[in-house]
Design a protein around this ligand. Structure first.
Ligand SMILES: [Zn+2]
Ligand SMILES: [Zn+2]
Length: 363
């Protein structure tokens, strides 16, 4: 390695430790492009599955193989390998859909790389192959989504996982202007779901116990409710004309919040579980069967849903970097992770110098 072909990359070590290592800048192979990294988000799943555990899992969809971390990459094409579609050109701005699928199984053919059935072919960026907390990233061209103007690289990074996940949940619930939506848990995914549901025409309430998060949501124009209030069910009932919400999206992963959502939902409501982890227990007959509820699980959006999200954000003039509270360079990764781990932030991003500067000037 010589000084001008070296890049830095962040590797998570478990037990709240990380290292910044030097790598040779990779050369794109067949079907691949090299991106200059511009923005790479930190995600709650990075904390839960890799950063916090003393010994992160190395197998399965959330197995971490000691690669460069970061699964929310957004950047600019600087080099193109052989056998890449001519639609991609140097200087194009792109979001990387963060799961590379085998391309051949039934799920991949439907664009749902997240559910790829191939153990060897399925590789998530920042988990099983090098991710975005770096100066450059090698991406497969089939995983690229064009970042439309005037969206910023930081917007693109928020789209890459968190907002895409929120969008998939709102699509699953088929939200429209006929709906009253309750979002439980106002972390980055919950905030995103609330903003999207508003744009999709619904009346939206956000339930959250943390006053810091409620304040941040109110600043974004979301009406919030205190999840710790002993009268919360009566309050929601009154706000919804005695009927309850027609859609509940749980972004908390918390048993109590999930149960509240099921209890306050009106008959025939759609419930989407998107917040990871935890459990919930309830009486099936009165709560689900007799109310005729539909309960869905929703993981990450498909790549075509991500393309439609990019298109709609431009149309709605909704710029998701509003969810971002802190931006760091690759060198500031340690601070970025410890701050994000405190729970007292919105979205935290690792960005290039230019993008970090643009963001701080725009504040
Ligand atoms: Zn994520
Ligand atoms: Zn597949």
């Amino acid at each position: 390695m010589t000084a001008d072909n070296i890049m830095r990359g962040v590797v998570l070590k478990g037990g709240r430790r990380l290292a910044i290592q030097d790598y040779a800048i990779p050369v794109p192979g067949s079907g691949q492009v090299l991106l200059k990294m511009q923005a790479s988000g930190l995600c709650g799943s990075d904390l839960r599955a890799i950063y916090r555990p003393e010994n992160p899992k190395s197998e399965g969809a959330e197995g971490y193989r000691g690669v460069v971390a970061g699964h929310e990459p957004c950047g600019q094409i600087v080099a193109i390998g052989p056998a890449v579609s001519p639609e991609w050109k140097v200087n194009d701005r792109v979001v990387v859909y963060h799961i590379h699928g085998c391309g051949s199984c039934r799920e991949c053919r439907a664009g749902r790389f997240i559910s790829c059935q191939s153990e060897l072919g399925r590789q998530a960026y920042g988990w099983q192959r090098d991710g975005g907390h770096s100066d450059y990233i090698l991406a497969s061209a089939v995983d690229l989504v064009r970042l439309l103007e005037p969206l910023s690289y930081i917007d693109g990074s928020v789209i890459a996982c968190g907002l895409g996940t929120a969008y998939a949940a709102t699509l699953r619930a088929q939200i429209s202007g006929l709906d009253t939506v309750l979002i439980t848990g106002l972390g980055p995914v919950g905030l995103g779901a609330a903003l999207l549901a508003q744009k999709e025409g619904a009346i939206v309430y956000g339930l959250e116990v943390d006053p810091f998060r409620r304040h941040a949501a109110e600043e974004l124009g979301i009406t919030t409710l205190d999840g710790a209030s002993p009268k919360i069910k009566e309050i929601i009932n009154e706000l919804t004309g005695g009927y309850g919400p027609s859609v509940v999206i749980d972004c908390s992963g918390h048993p109590g919040a999930r149960l509240t959502g099921l209890e306050v939902a009106r008959d025939w409501a759609r419930i989407v579980f998107v917040g990871e982890g935890g459990s919930v227990s309830f009486d099936v007959s009165p709560l689900v069967i007799h109310k005729s509820l539909s309960i869905f699980g929703s993981w990450v959006c498909s790549i075509s849903q991500m393309e439609s999200l990019v298109e709609n954000l431009v149309k709605w003039k909704l710029f998701p970097e509003r969810l971002v509270t802190h931006v760091f360079s690759v060198g500031g990764a340690e601070k970025a992770y410890s701050l994000f781990d405190s729970g007292k932030t919105g979205k935290v991003i690792i960005a290039s110098e230019e993008e970090a500067k643009r963001w701080s000037m725009s504040k």
